[in-house]
Design a protein around this ligand. Structure first.
Ligand code: FAD
Length: 308
């Protein structure tokens, strides 16, 4: 009997998320046909049907409103799939453990490599070590999309199967969604991230971090200490319990470099650290280290760059 992999494709409004091809690449590593679950406008399903590596698209017009209902949707399909893959985003992180519980399968999170059909690699101890995990039987996993090479589109689309609406889970209700209105790029997809830590000293000083981010067309991030101190909103926390970022350039200002913070920036291509303490652990992870006062360095850098 052929086994199949189901991949839950990430959607960004009216289009497929830029990371969708990466998640399919991860799903393909299991060496079995990949079916893609798309919940959203028909145009997104049509886009998914042209993704390299997708053998069939399962399309539902309406996205389940919460993780509980999404888990029901996937669990109902799970009989056909021994492996369920999703990007390591907020919704999948809440839904896939539920699918695992509902269907009695294993769950593994934040997978960064899939060396064989029966083994996956994932970080442990806040990213200080990587564990290769042997897997037996059916599996649900979230993958770190940035760790996989994206697949290109192809010319001929595959079939799209329409799914019936799923019965909502009555135990929780979505009361509303609020989007933090901001003009800057999304933190997890930004090419440049400038982050401030406790060293920034006060909420109003975050404008130095913001000014440099704006000069570079980047997103603003923060350490947990900066978030806890009220310098920045929780939504921009980078690290083990915040967002995992993979920009081309990550600038850490006034951040010491605790392992829980570094866990969120490991995939950054170039890390620049600005810290007045030459012994700060962040310098061990930085490609470029600037020992200095961020109150001098940040404005000087922003000034040296052309206004956008
Ligand atoms: P500090 O460690 O206090 O460092 C401040 C730095 O600023 C110092 O190195 C100092 O030299 C420098 N500095 C001060 N003034 C200046 C100046 N004027 N110019 C230049 N440099 C200056 N942390 C995260 O960030 N993200 C997470 O997701 C996260 N998850 C966690 C999960 C768990 C379970 C636990 C236990 C902790 C977690 N933490 C996380 C917290 C983490 O351990 C650190 O406490 C936190 O990262 C420290 O933040 P910081 O570097 O901003 O502050």
């Amino acid at each position: 009997m052929t086994s199949f992999t189901l991949v839950l494709l990430p959607i960004d409004g009216e289009v497929l998320d830029a990371g969708a091809g990466r998640v399919v690449a991860a799903a393909q590593a299991f060496g079995q046909p990949v079916h893609a679950l798309v919940q959203g406008p028909a145009a997104v399903a049509a886009q998914a049907a042209r993704l390299q590596g997708v053998a069939r698209v399962l399309h539902a017009e309406t996205a389940p409103p919460n993780a509980e209902t999404l888990a029901r949707r996937i669990a109902a399909l799970a009989e056909r799939y021994d492996t369920v893959v999703a990007a390591h985003g907020m919704l999948a992180r809440a839904a896939l453990p539920r699918v695992a519980a509902l269907t009695g399968r294993a769950y593994l999170s934040d997978v960064t490599a899939i060396p064989s059909r029966r083994s996956v690699v994932r970080p442990i101890y806040a990213g200080s070590a990587m564990a290769t995990v042997q897997v037996e039987g059916a599996l649900c996993l979230t993958v770190r999309a940035s760790a996989f090479e994206p697949l290109a589109d192809r010319a001929a689309p595959v079939d799209i199967e329409a799914l019936a609406p799923v019965e909502p889970d009555g135990r929780s209700r979505l009361l509303g969604r609020e989007t933090a209105g901001q003009d800057r790029p999304d933190l997890t997809r930004a090419r440049v991230v400038v982050a401030g830590g406790r060293g920034v000293g006060a909420a109003e000083h975050m404008r130095l971090v913001e000014a440099l981010a704006d000069r570079l067309g980047g997103a603003v991030g923060a350490s947990r200490a900066a978030v806890d101190a009220g310098f920045a909103p929780n939504s921009v926390q980078v690290g083990q319990t915040g967002k995992v970022v993979a920009p081309e350039l990550y600038i850490a200002a006034g951040i010491s470099g605790a392992i829980q913070h570094v866990a969120g920036i490991k995939d950054a291509k170039v890390i620049v650290a600005i810290n007045k303490d030459p012994d700060a652990p962040i310098f061990a992870h930085a490609d470029i280290g600037l020992v200095g006062d961020l109150f001098e360095v940040l404005p000087a850098l922003a000034q040296a760059l052309p206004a956008r």
